[in-house]
Design a protein. Structure first.
Length: 271
């Protein structure tokens, strides 16, 4: 009986919290300037941070009836070391996977701070204004891809999620490509694959000591088949952070947003 009374008493508080969250999310949609992404927002910063930084640009694609591609170019810098790197993961429809990493020479990396342009002379990722170009040439994996946005780049307000009470540690996450058409070529150990599919891209900047950075980040994304007409396609995404046990689901259909909730807490069960 006491448990039932507790649930009844808590219910109005939960409803109010959900309503407050909904009103906060409405602001992002009713004020376009709040979510507008400038080219410099997606550029890598040249600023040094005492806490250390982990910055990356990430792209993923589902193409050719079940192939999966993930690419991340990242920069980790502290007062001890300075690392630029790339990883590529490719999965065939039958589950066969290819994984390759490459460490870039920091002295050879050029970074344009006015727009996304990163290059070491051999590998380049660049873009803005709803289109992104990827030209990577690793030992066994090469790709020349174009991400042409279906939806404009987007961020929730200023894009900042604080990781500490004093706000000295924080994360900025921007959807450079909330949903995109993807085309180009992928070369795996000499085998050339024409790419045609859908994709997603995001830019992240984490300012925090490496020992305190998010140890767990889980993403779940589902695309409709590329053969369907655009107006009948869906894309559902879920991003979960361990830092504050919260999730950020996104649902898109056709060429429109259907739902975005920042800070949704999913139900959990204990065995």
């Amino acid at each position: 009986m006491s448990i039932m009374l507790l649930n009844i008493c808590c219910f109005p508080v939960l409803v109010q919290a959900q309503n407050d969250q909904y009103e906060a999310e409405k602001i992002f949609w009713e004020n376009p300037d709040e979510v507008y992404v400038r080219n410099e927002d997606i550029a890598f910063t040249s600023q040094d941070f005492r806490q250390g930084k982990n910055e990356g640009i990430y792209f993923m694609s589902r193409f050719n009836e079940g192939w999966i591609l993930m690419i991340n170019l990242f920069h980790i810098k502290t007062n001890v070391f300075n690392k630029w790197g790339i990883y590529i993961l490719v999965c065939e429809p039958d589950g066969k996977a290819y994984w390759e990493t490459f460490e870039m020479d920091p002295k050879s990396v050029y970074n344009d701070t006015d727009r996304l342009y990163l290059s070491d002379g051999t590998n380049t990722i660049q873009g803005g204004n709803a289109i992104y170009y990827i030209d990577l040439n690793l030992k066994d994996t090469k790709c020349r891809l174009v991400f042409n946005n279906i939806l404009d780049s987007w961020k929730a307000g200023d894009g900042i999620d604080y990781l500490s009470m004093d706000r000295k540690n924080y994360m900025i996450r921007i959807l450079s490509s909330p949903w995109a058409d993807v085309s180009g070529t992928l070369t795996l150990k000499g085998r050339v694959i024409d790419v045609k599919g859908q994709g997603y891209g995001e830019k992240s900047l984490i300012i925090s000591p490496l020992t305190k950075q998010n140890p767990y980040l889980h993403a779940f994304r589902v695309f409709s088949d590329n053969s369907l007409p655009r107006e009948k396609r869906w894309f559902v995404g879920l991003l979960t952070h361990r830092v504050r046990t919260a999730s950020e689901p996104c649902i898109y259909r056709g060429s429109m947003w259907r739902m975005e909730i920042n800070g949704f807490s999913p139900p959990t069960t204990t065995p």
